[in-house]
Every structure is written in structure tokens, then in C-alpha cells.
Design a protein around this ligand. Structure first.
Ligand code: FMN
Length: 458
């Protein structure tokens, strides 16, 4: 049981050393990791993983390498991905038939399978490392922290990669100090409305009640959107930790995840993460020996778009028909079962541990005057590089489409981009050089500073 800060520190130290050993190869082994996101799994990455285990055995080299799954690498159109540590070699579009060759080259002969490396379309050069691929160069991972690096079903890997350090710091602060930190970070909700998260938390903190709730909105109803799903699949503990920090800040003891049932992998990993955190005593009574107790519950949505709207979502959790409630009263005053409740989007909560761990100033050093931090986008449609990206707020559409997205197939001319599902709009060429947040505001007539809606179709 991890029931004190000292025990958490000890476990973190062990897990960090273990993960570093793997990534840096100081344990004298190769570590083969495969993308375990929905996209790659539907392209056989689980079977490919199994084949690696078999081939290593067949060739008598099982002791030379481990095989593991991680969350989404982001570059979905090039999956399934296989990465080999410590060389950091990234193979893309890997098939079951390629496994034997990879084991022969990377594990036995210390060479590389050139044909499976990413090829830069502009220069024709082969690129062996993820960071050297254009798709990744302008990205910065905050909400996607740990995705594509850790095994989302192993709490020790999460602990080795920063998990619970934000909560640890939060519990050493007063509730008001935690809210002030989130206010200072400039974090705005990533669910679409862009409301400042710290202000929402302050309202709930100010509401007097013995019972309060935190709700995580994982409904993600916009067609083509998969940001929240990927975060939950890649690092569910980050969202749990964000929820716990929010719970501590407002004085809640229970949190509800509302995730659509069409996301079975995300739901399963969330279940595993909650169970593992409970087993270690990181969820439950008197967390880290403090008087803060918190439990997480999971509710599955049946896929009604309207249930993404926060008050309809509350009705749905309560077992009622998913219809919006009139506001005011706002949920921060009267929410779940009539008690003060904050509802935050998955990506919003995933940013919270980072803010507490690295500090508000660090988070706020990225982005624009009114939109701080980064934003995750699901790029889909007629763009060369389809996938999940996270960029600093203020990145222009042009950078997103051409530098990261690789432009439009067959060099066709840009016509428009459709953002944010049914409630979004279409942006034409005139908006290509606008920083992302301002673009969204201009296109949708939402207030300046509102957060760009995050699924983009071309
Ligand atoms: C019709 C409708 C659908 C919505 N769907 C979602 C959704 O799928 N996910 C989400 O986080 N927010 C959705 N929202 C916004 C939520 O009502 C709410 O603003 C958000 O969950 C608050 O979290 P945030 O402050 O972290 O953004 C939707 C809003 C409307 C009006």
C-alpha cells in the first residue's frame, strides 16, 4: 500500500529507474513496443505483438528482448507502429509477416530493416527516429503526456513517467492554492466552450455542501473526433489524477467518468487503472495519509450526441432521459443529484497533473495571450498525414495542414476545413494564417479565446 508521501516517493524512484533502464537500454535488453491504440489494434497490432513473443521464443532469444504495448503514437495513417528501444528505431505499416525480419535484424544482428522506416515524401530519405519525422517536429505533448511511451495497463510505468506527482504537490497545498495554480495556468476547458477551468472550480469550491462531485466528460460525440478516446487509451491515470486534483480542490469525494460505450478499449483501460490505483491505496480513504478521500466511478454513455452537453450528461448519469437542464442553476452550484459539481472534458483533466507537476508558469509559457497551453486535434479526411496531434495554441492552420498534416493528397488545392463536428464551422483559405484559437473564434462567432474545436476534416 502506498499510504504516505515517503512510500510514493520510493515507488516513483523504483519505477522511474526501471522505465529509464528500458528506454536507455541500461538493462542490456531490447524493448519492443507496439501501438495499442484503437487504430493500430484494428490493424492487427495485438496479433503482431503476439507474433513477436513467438518469434523471439522460436529463435531462442526471448531473454534478449521484452514486448510491450503502449498508447497511440499519433501518426495513425502509418500504423501499426513498432518501436525498438534503446535505439529508438520506429517502424511503420508493420505486418505480421515482417516480425521475423525485425527480430533477425534488430535483436540478433543489430541492424535495421530499412524498408519499414518512414520515408520523407519530400526528400525520399528514410527516417529512423520519431522526433525526426516532420509530423512530430512541431508537436508538444502535454495532454498526451505518456501516450505512446508507457503501457496504459501498468500503473508502475505511469508512476515511472510522472504519475501522481501533481497530486502529491496538490495535497501539500491548500485547496484555494490549487485553484489559484489552475487559474494562473490559464487553462480553459477543452470540451468546446473554453471556459476558464480555475473559475469553474472556484464556483464549486465556494458552493457549500457536504457532498460534491467531479464529472469527466468522455462522451466525445463529434464525428471523426478521437482525442479523448486516445488520451483515455494511452494514459488513463493522467485523467484519473486530474480528476482527483479537481476533487481535492473543490472538496469532492467522488468522481464519475462518463465515457461512450463505443470506446471499449478506453473503458477497459480506465477500469484497469482505477482498479490498480485502488489496490495501491492511491484511490480510496485517506490518500497518501492525508484526510483527502476520493473514489472514481464509471458510467457508460449509449452514444446520444446530446449527452455530451453537460447537463444532459448529468441527467444520463442519474438514469434520466438525456435532455439538457435549464441553466442557471449551473452545475457548479446544483449539479449531480442536486449537489455542486464540476464537469470537465477528458483533455482538460489530462492537462491538470502537468500544471501541478511542472507549475502554472511552465504551462502558461506556451500558447497565445488568451489561450494557454496546447491543443489536441484529430486530423482526418483529405490530408496526407491522418492522425492525432498536439500543438501549442497559436499554431496556424497552415502549419497544421502542411507541416504536420503533410498537405493535401495529390497536391490538390485547399478548399476548406470543417472543424468541431455538428457545432463547428468551415474555415476557408482566408483563415490559413490565423493562430488556431483566433481562427476558431472568428469562424464560429464564439468569444475570442474560446478553445478550437478539435476534430478537423478537410
Ligand atoms: C450538444 C453539445 C454536445 C457536447 N458534447 C461534448 C462532448 O462530447 N465532450 C465534451 O467534453 N464537451 C461537450 N460539450 C460541452 C459540455 O457541455 C461542457 O461544456 C464541457 O464538458 C465542459 O468541460 P470543459 O470545461 O473541460 O471543456 C457539448 C456541448 C453541447 C452543447
Amino acid at each position: 500500500m502506498i499510504n504516505s508521501v515517503e512510500k510514493l516517493n520510493e515507488r516513483i524512484a523504483t519505477c522511474t529507474a526501471c522505465l529509464q533502464d528500458k528506454l536507455a537500454g541500461t538493462d542490456d535488453k531490447r524493448h519492443i513496443v507496439l501501438c495499442g491504440g484503437t487504430g493500430c489494434l484494428s490493424n492487427n497490432s495485438a496479433e503482431i505483438r503476439q507474433r513477436f513473443i513467438e518469434v523471439l521464443k522460436e529463435k531462442g532469444v526471448s531473454d534478449r528482448a521484452t514486448v510491450n504495448q503502449v498508447g497511440c503514437f499519433g501518426f495513425c495513417s502509418q500504423g501499426p507502429f513498432v518501436k525498438i528501444y534503446p535505439e529508438d528505431t520506429l517502424y511503420r505499416l508493420v505486418q505480421i509477416e515482417d516480425v521475423e525480419e525485425i527480430v533477425e535484424s534488430d535483436i540478433i544482428n543489430n541492424t535495421v530493416v530499412e524498408r519499414l522506416l518512414y520515408e520523407d515524401p519530400a526528400t525520399g530519405e528514410k527516417v529512423s527516429k520519431q522526433d525526426d519525422i516532420n509530423f512530430y517536429k512541431k508537436q508538444r505533448r502535454v495532454a498526451l503526456h505518456g501516450c505512446g511511451v508507457i503501457n496504459p495497463e501498468n500503473i508502475d510505468e505511469a508512476l515511472g513517467y510522472g504519475a501522481f506527482q501533481g497530486l502529491k504537490r496538490a495535497l501539500s497545498m491548500s485547496r484555494q492554492e490549487v485553484i489559484d495554480e489552475v487559474l494562473a495556468s490559464g487553462l480553459r476547458g477543452r470540451g468546446g466552450a473554453g471556459f476558464p477551468s480555475g473559475r469553474k472550480w472556484q464556483f464549486a469550491y465556494n458552493s457549500q455542501s457536504d457532498e460534491k462531485y467531479v464529472v469527466c466528460n468522455g462522451d466525445e460525440g463529434d464525428p471523426g473526433a478521437f482525442m479523448d478516446r486516445s488520451i483515455l487509451e494511452g494514459n488513463p491515470l493522467a485523467v484519473i489524477e486530474g480528476m482527483m486534483i479537481a476533487g481535492y480542490a473543490i472538496g469532492a469525494q467522488n468522481g464519475y467518468f462518463y465515457v461512450r460505450a463505443e470506446y471499449p478499449i478506453a473503458v477497459n483501460r480506465l477500469r484497469i487503472a482505477i482498479r490498480q490505483a485502488k489496490e495501491l491505496g492511491l484511490l480510496g480513504k485517506n490518500i497518501l495519509g492525508t484526510d483527502f478521500s476520493f473514489d472514481c466511478h464509471l458510467r457508460l454513455g449509449a452514444g446520444a450526441f446530446v449527452c455530451g452537453e453537460e447537463t444532459a450528461l448529468l441527467n444520463s448519469i442519474e438514469g434520466k432521459r438525456g435532455m439538457p437542464r435549464p441553466r442557471p442553476p449551473f452545475p457548479a452550484v446544483k449539479g449531480l443529484w442536486g449537489q455542486p459539481t464540476i464537469i470537465n472534458n477528458v483533455e482538460t483533466l489530462a492537462c491538470v497533473p502537468y500544471i501541478l507537476r511542472e507549475g502554472a508558469q511552465n504551462f502558461a509559457s506556451v500558447g497565445t495571450e488568451r489561450s494557454k497551453g496546447t491543443k489536441v486535434f484529430a486530423l482526418g479526411g483529405k490530408v496526407n498525414n491522418v492522425g492525432l496531434v498536439e500543438v501549442p495554441m497559436g499554431t496556424t492552420l497552415r502549419e497544421l495542414i502542411y507541416d504536420i498534416g503533410g498537405g493535401i493528397p495529390n497536391g490538390k488545392k485547399f478548399k476548406a476545413i470543417q472543424t468541431g463536428g455538428p457545432s463547428g464551422g468551415c474555415l476557408t483559405e482566408d483563415f490559413l494564417d490565423e493562430p488556431i484559437s483566433a481562427t476558431r473564434a472568428a469562424a464560429s462567432a464564439r468569444p475570442a479565446g474560446s478553445v478550437p474545436s478539435a476534430c478537423w476534416r478537410f
